[in-house]
Write a protein that binds this ligand. Structure first.
Ligand code: PEP
Ligand code: MG
Length: 325
């Protein structure tokens, strides 16, 4: 099997009916980078910058961050890299950062909320990213956005860092794209405002499902109680991907879902054309894509959601078996 996936490495992921699917990989440390070439992924769809911060003994200084991000971009050798800004809080703790004790940390002071309240840490990271990508393209992604207005504040902070660097004679990236993670269901009800403020979107399905089902992703007792292949989450995802496509905003999904064949098939059927996953999933997912008729799958999922099938997962499973996906 491994060999078979290896032989697919240089084949583009295109469905039987000719729809190209971008398969990106998730990473978080420099040691992950060789997987980009080995797996044949199209780029890094999610670079979790907090991992380096979690391993560090103190808050990494500007130069250290700049070096690291530059090395990541160099290692990617021209393939796109999406840097997610610090996503700490919740279950991710930095021992050296004073955080308040919270009853519900997953819904607490985390990610973008910290960035907006304590912009000095965020600004330092942005400055490092801007310096690291000088003369090249920079893609920054903001985690845990809950309301579209937050993006205005984030963009203002980024502009301020650009101005600072220019003032001090530093070259800027050739292009800066600012995207957001789609992890909080409230955004579904202000898609227009949200989609006009982002350059790209990536669904964090781990968190989105946690909040959609009010089911703690770290609590084994409840985490597997709800199926991501059920009508409610699938309609939520379809609403988002349809809106994003109509706004020409590139949309991808970088949670666990993207790395399982049946889930990935369903995401393509819903309209996703880009997925980001662990490097080991690239081969198996590519094999699935090559055997899939996306038009047929779309018609099938639309039918299933319209009829309100009792067991959506089983219906999808049967479709996949019949079609030999
Ligand atoms: C997610 O929430 O799906 C995601 C990709 O981010 P993380 O798992 O790091 O929270
Ligand atoms: Mg998340």
């Amino acid at each position: 099997r491994q060999k078979r996936f290896q032989s697919l490495r240089d084949r583009p992921a295109i469905t039987k009916d000719g729809v190209p699917i971008a398969l990106m990989m998730n990473a978080g440390l420099l040691v992950d980078m060789p997987h980009l070439d080995e797996s044949g992924a199209d780029g890094i769809g999610l670079y979790r910058t907090e991992l380096q911060f979690m391993l560090s003994e103190s808050f990494p200084r500007l130069d250290r961050q700049t070096q690291l991000y530059r090395a990541v971009i160099d290692e990617a050798g021209g393939k796109p890299v999406v840097f997610r800004t610090l996503d700490v809080g919740g279950d991710k703790v930095l021992p050296y950062l004073r955080q308040p004790k919270e009853e519900n940390p997953a819904m607490g002071w985390r990610a973008i909320r910290m960035a907006l309240d304590r912009p000095e840490l965020f600004r330092l990271q942005i400055r490092a990213l801007l310096k690291a990508a000088a003369g090249r393209e920079l893609r920054v992604m903001i985690p845990m956005v809950s309301a579209s207005y937050e993006l205005g504040a984030i963009r203002a902070l980024i502009e301020r860092e650009k101005a600072f660097l220019t003032e001090h004679g530093h070259p800027l990236p050739e292009k800066v794209l600012v995207g957001a993670m789609f992890e909080v269901p409230a955004l579904l009800f202000e898609l227009d405002a949200f989609l006009t403020r982002v350059d790209f979107v990536s669904v964090g399905s781990n968190d989105l499902m946690q909040f959609l089902f009010a089911s703690d992703r770290t609590n084994a007792r409840v985490a597997s109680r709800f199926d991501v292949l059920a009508p409610a989450p699938l309609r939520a995802l379809r609403t988002l991907v349809t809106a994003a496509n109509s706004y020409n905003v590139p949309v991808t999904l970088c949670g666990e879902m993207a790395g399982s064949a049946l889930e990935a098939m369903t995401l393509i059927a819903l309209g996703f054309r880009s997925l980001s996953m662990a490097p080991a999933s690239i081969g198996p997912i590519k094999a699935m894509v090559l055997s899939l008729d996306a038009t047929k799958a779309s018609a099938f999922i639309d039918g299933v959601l319209k009829e309100g099938a009792k067991d959506v997962r089983m219906s999808l499973q049967q479709f996949a078996e019949k079609e030999r996906v």
